[in-house]
Design a binder for this molecule. Structure first.
Ligand SMILES: Nc1nc2c(c(=O)[nH]1)N[C@H]1C(S)=C(S)[C@@H](COP(=O)(O)O)O[C@H]1N2
Ligand SMILES: [Mo]
Length: 438
């Protein structure tokens, strides 16, 4: 008998909600929460396979990183099979943290966040692809071919960090709907293209320009007429010298799922501002009103709210610069070392429009912190790299927590920051499990 490889959606065709829950990891999350409630410190130690050395300091209700599991991967075109696929329609996939170890994120490991269906790869013709600049606040609309863009403007290459505003959403309770991202909806690649500012100025801006809005060639999941997403940024951010219209990622054409052949790259802001499969940019005389600009999309409560609060639209504000954050990329969570050894730890840290001033690690659940060495960014809006060496006092179970502080002195919180209806901006400390044996 022949066995066909089938996806979760095929298996659960009659029960799409179950398929969704499996794909989005909601069932797993629910189970984990129940599981933890019934688990004492002793059984936790048993499940971890070693006593938790600083158990007194372990926050109540937190699940040890050593007990978190990863979901099954499906291979996506042009992507490493170890990406964690959260959803297949639209495609959403994140990168396990230990695969983000390189200073510059490789193309096949760069996360994917689609709101609709990408243009058919075979239908993308470099010879006929165009970019139109229009809107109330340009002197006269203008259309460029790819060749014109590439020959009429200075080429710029920058490392730019893109992070989905919903990265970390899976930790929020009550849960927020949307992709249940863990920590890997982030990457920092080297992007080549032209400055958005150079193109906008060549077309000619009117003095009442307030915002830009992008349009891409992807299609809505239910029908062709509606645009899946059309967001943008204030004109001041658009005119920064790091804001690019890019056609290359790490020196090669941008992967299809990341926006081939042309995309905006707006480092440090929600990656939803970086329009993929770019065909049009409108210069607006008002805040752009495209799809997913409206509340509650990509907005936070203007004032902190209690978990589960229903926040009226007018009390939500558009997210701009992303908050300070860090990620441990080596070792992988679950590392085992001998008590006689010290552990080299490394990772990246970023802070939206700002720089990272310092990164610390803790092995006693935040009671004490040691300072890491930290590099300068390759350029503004690129992530920075930290390293440190850790010595453990005795055998047992530990967690390494990392905490970054931005150039304004603002630190990552050790646990979940403010709950919000859509589950954005979780910049809590990343943590990994380490077992030290005799
Ligand atoms: N045209 C288009 N651009 C888009 C999107 C999209 O669905 N369509 N998703 C946005 C969101 S929400 C994110 S987080 C980033 C993800 O970029 P990546 O898939 O290259 O990682 O693209 C943004 N640009
Ligand atoms: Mo996103």
């Amino acid at each position: 008998m022949q066995r066909k490889k089938v996806g979760i959606r095929t298996l659960y065709a009659k029960d799409p909600i179950k398929a969704d829950e499996l794909l989005w990891g909601r069932i797993a999350n629910k189970d984990r929460r129940g599981f933890l409630k019934n688990m004492g410190l002793l059984s936790m130690g048993a499940a971890l396979g070693a006593p938790m050395v600083f158990a007194d300091f372990f926050p109540a209700g937190m699940i040890p990183a050593g007990l978190l599991n990863e979901d099954t991967a499906f291979a996506l075109p042009g992507k490493d099979p170890n990406l964690i696929v959260l959803n297949d329609r639209p495609v959403n996939a994140e990168t396990p943290p230990h695969l983000l170890d390189a200073e510059v994120t490789p193309a096949n490991l760069f996360f994917v966040r689609n709101n609709g269906l990408p243009p058919d790869e075979a239908s993308i013709d470099l010879g006929t692809w165009t970019l139109t600049i229009d809107g109330e606040s340009v002197r006269e609309a203008k259309t460029f071919s790819l060749a014109e863009l590439k020959t009429q403007f200075t080429h710029v290459t920058k490392q730019l960090t893109l992070e989905c505003a919903g990265n970390g959403r899976k930790e929020f309770n009550p849960p927020a709907s949307g992709n249940q991202w863990s920590v890997g909806a982030v990457g920092c690649a080297s992007w080549t293209g032209v400055r958005l500012a150079d193109v906008l100025r060549a077309v000619g801006l009117k003095s009442d320009a307030v915002y830009i809005g992008y349009y891409g060639r992807d299609r809505h999941l239910n029908g062709e007429e509606k645009v899946p997403i059309s967001r943008g940024v204030p004109i001041a951010k658009a005119l920064e010298e790091e804001s690019l219209i890019a056609w290359e990622l790490n020196g090669n054409p941008i992967p299809w799922l990341n926006g081939y052949p042309l995309r905006l790259v707006i480092g440090g802001w929600p990656a939803s501002c970086s329009g993929k499969w770019l065909t049009r940019i409108s210069v607006r005389d008002r805040i752009h009103d495209g799809a997913k600009m409206e509340s509650p999309s990509y907005r936070m409560p203007s004032k902190p709210v209690a978990p589960g609060t229903k926040v009226p639209d007018e009390d939500m504000s558009i997210i701009e610069s992303m908050p300070v954050k860090s990620l441990i990329t080596f070792p992988r969570s679950g590392a085992m070392i001998k008590a006689s050894e010290s552990l080299k730890v490394r990772g990246h840290a970023w802070a939206g429009d700002l720089m990272v001033k310092e990164v610390f690690t803790s092995i006693d659940f935040g009671q004490s912190w040691q300072s890491c060495s930290l590099t300068q960014p390759a350029n503004r809006l690129a992530w920075q790299h930290f390293t440190t060496t850790i010595n453990f006092p005795q055998t047992g179970y530990y967690e390494v927590w990392a905490r970054a502080v931005d150039s304004n002195g603002i630190s990552q919180p050790v646990i979940l920051p403010g709950w919000n209806p859509k589950g954005y901006l979780n910049n809590a400390c990343h943590r990994i499990a380490v077992k030290v044996t005799a």
